[in-house]
Structure formats: structure tokens, C-alpha cells
Design a protein around this ligand. Structure first.
Ligand code: MTE
Length: 342
């Protein structure tokens, strides 16, 4: 297996301890604010609702219990710096995959179809300068430099990534809701779908010289799917800017859909009237549909989707409908036949 230099990797313990510190500081500031609003008589009462740290991102375990436990018991006590343990698992209790696994086992056909070789082949890929052109059926078309995208408030989102090939990982992403970007360009009423396009640069991406696929990589979402808060544009993972193999500098992450919908290295986003034809739909229409919602009941024509292999684990685990995000997204498909619309 090809490895990237250890100096390029943020050791997990440094990332995790930094998050622990950051959450601790946040909770301390919040409990100080609550205390300022409390009269001395109330000092031994439980902290007010305002002392709860900022609402966690969807898919993230709220650190509420720990934060409340750490709130000072009385105003007279000097505020001690607190240490709150930030989550290191998803909301189902499953641990993050390691940075090394996430960045050395990749699907990125523009470079190669061999997952373990993507990191090595992509390491010199030019990700700066970078622009994302957002247009089509919008009132306010706009081109964003990558630094403009980093100005959107970056949130941490801990998501399961379930590949259509039946393996999965838990990844702590940094990014921002796609909805925020779409609101800035103001979609016209006729806009019903969003079309995403990866950079086309065959001189740097040897896989794009292969005639097997219809380059560039294209993906699409229905506009209401794209506006769902779970859909993000990711710019980092494990607290570090994305590496090329992960789709630097900006990629989509749609956690309730098979991983192939989470298109990497985006340069163009267009609001359109009809469902875009994705690279995978064009390549094998009977195997890859437009929706691609994770569904243990609808098998891929060549393998079962009922179970999956979590990278780093032995054995298999059950695949969850919508990859475990049904509560947040099932409403989008009310009344639809999910077998026909696979
Ligand atoms: N985006 C582009 N441009 N090219 C690709 O080959 N592969 C997809 C998706 N996005 C792919 C892509 C597939 S099949 C999966 S499972 C995920 O990226 C994998 O993301 P990861 O390598 O970060 O785990």
C-alpha cells in the first residue's frame, strides 16, 4: 500500500486534543456568559439554557452533558479552564476512521481505479489557484475563489460515508452547508436541479485520458435535496485542508447517498431545469441511478447492499436506510417508489 509521508499527516491525537481544547474554551465562554446573567442567589442552580455550547452540527454528538457537568457550581469560585471531551465518534457511537485510512483508500477515477494509489498519484495536483463558477438559472451568478468559500463559516460535520461498493467510513469533515452558497446566487423559480462538475485537466489527471468514462465527472441533486442542511461543501477533514486525494480544494458531501454522489474538486455548479446526466448514469444506467440513496433493500445488480464493511473492522455490519440519516431526509422522498427511483 502506498503511504503518504507521516509529516503530511495531522496525528489524530493532536487533532483530537485541539478539538478537546477548542470545545473546552467554547463551553467555558458560554458558561461565563450564563453566569453574568445570573444573580448570586441563583449561583447554585443548574446553568441556564444559554450555557449549553453552540448547537452541534447535524450528525454530531452534542457535548451537552459534559458541558453542563463542567459548568462552575458557584459564582464565587474562580473559573477554572475546563476540558470538555469533544466527540470522537459519530452520533451512533462508532469511532472516526483514522486520518491515514481516510486519505489512503480513495475512489478518484481521474487518477486511477486503484484506491491505494490515488494519494501518490494525486499528491502534486494543483489546487491553488482555484475558482468555482456558480450560475445557470440564478439571479446572481458568481465566481468564488477558494478563499471566498473558506469565508463561509466552517462547521465540523461527522458523517458516515457509504460507498456503493459496500464499504464505509466515519469522517470528521469541515465545511459549510451547500444551501448557504445557493442562497447567495438566488435560484430562479424554474431551477429544479443542481449540476456539479469536476475540473477537467487530463494533463494532471491521468485517468481522464481513459476513454472508458465521459469526462469530466458530473453529479446532480434535486434542488430541495441540495438545500437540506446535511448536504455540505467540504474544504477539510480532521481539522486540516483537504488533501488532493480527498477532493481538494472543495467537494460535495451528501451523507445519505452513496459516495459517488459526493463529487470531488468542483469547478462548476449550475442550477438547471432537468435532472443532469451523471458520469455514472452515462456509464452504467442500469446500475447507477440519479437518486443513489443508501438503501439496504435495493441491491446493486451485481451485489447486495444489505450489509457493508466498515474500514478498519472485521466482519460486516447492517446498512441503514439513508445511511442512518432517515430522520433528516426521508421526507424528501415521501410518496416516491425508491426501487424505481434508485
Ligand atoms: N469525485 C470525482 N470527481 N471522481 C471520483 O472518481 N469517486 C466517488 C466520490 N467522488 C469520485 C468522486 C466515489 S465512488 C466515492 S465512494 C467517494 O468519492 C470517495 O471519497 P473518498 O475517496 O474521499 O473516500
Amino acid at each position: 500500500m502506498t503511504k503518504i509521508k507521516s509529516s503530511e499527516i495531522t496525528p489524530e491525537h493532536i487533532y483530537l486534543s485541539r478539538r478537546k481544547f477548542m470545545v473546552g474554551v467554547g463551553a467555558l465562554a458560554a458558561s461565563m456568559a450564563a453566569l453574568a446573567a445570573c444573580s448570586p442567589q441563583q449561583s447554585s442552580a443548574p446553568p441556564a439554557a444559554t450555557s449549553t455550547p453552540a448547537k452541534p452540527a447535524a450528525g454530531q454528538t452534542p457535548p451537552t452533558a459534559a458541558a453542563q457537568a463542567a459548568a462552575p457550581a458557584a459564582v464565587s469560585q474562580p473559573a477554572e479552564p475546563t476540558t470538555i471531551v469533544a466527540p470522537t465518534t459519530d452520533e451512533l457511537g462508532d469511532p472516526f476512521n483514522t486520518f491515514e485510512a481516510i486519505t489512503n483508500y480513495n475512489n478518484y477515477y481521474e487518477f486511477t481505479t486503484t484506491k491505494e494509489e490515488v494519494a501518490m498519484l494525486a499528491k502534486d495536483f494543483t489546487t491553488n489557484p482555484w475558482q468555482v463558477q456558480v450560475g445557470g438559472l440564478v439571479n446572481n451568478p458568481k465566481t468564488f475563489d477558494i478563499d471566498d468559500l473558506r469565508k463561509f463559516e466552517q462547521e465540523e460535520r461527522i458523517y458516515r460515508l457509504r460507498c456503493v461498493e459496500a464499504w464505509s467510513m466515519v469522517i470528521p469533515w469541515q465545511g459549510f452547508p451547500l444551501a448557504k452558497l445557493l442562497k447567495e446566487v438566488d435560484p430562479k423559480p424554474e431551477a429544479k436541479f443542481v449540476r456539479f462538475e469536476t475540473v477537467y485537466r487530463p494533463e494532471e489527471m491521468p485517468g481522464q485520458r481513459s476513454p472508458w468514462y465521459n469526462w469530466p465527472y458530473i453529479e446532480g441533486l434535486r434542488l430541495d435535496e441540495a438545500m437540506n442542511d446535511l448536504a455540505i461543501l467540504a474544504t477539510g477533514l480532521y481539522g486540516k485542508e483537504l488533501l488532493p486525494q480527498s477532493g481538494a480544494p472543495v467537494r460535495l458531501v451528501v451523507p445519505w447517498k452513496y459516495g459517488f454522489k459526493s463529487i470531488k474538486s468542483i469547478v462548476k455548479i449550475d442550477l438547471v431545469e432537468t435532472a443532469p446526466m451523471s458520469l455514472w448514469m452515462a456509464a452504467a444506467p442500469n446500475e447507477y441511478g440519479f437518486y443513489a440513496n443508501v438503501n439496504p433493500e435495493v441491491d446493486h445488480p451485481r451485489w447486495s447492499q444489505a450489509t457493508e464493511r466498515r474500514i478498519g473492522e472485521f466482519g460486516r455490519r447492517k446498512t441503514l436506510p439513508f445511511n442512518g440519516y432517515a430522520e433528516q431526509v426521508a421526507y424528501l422522498y415521501d410518496g416516491m417508489d425508491l426501487r424505481a427511483n434508485f
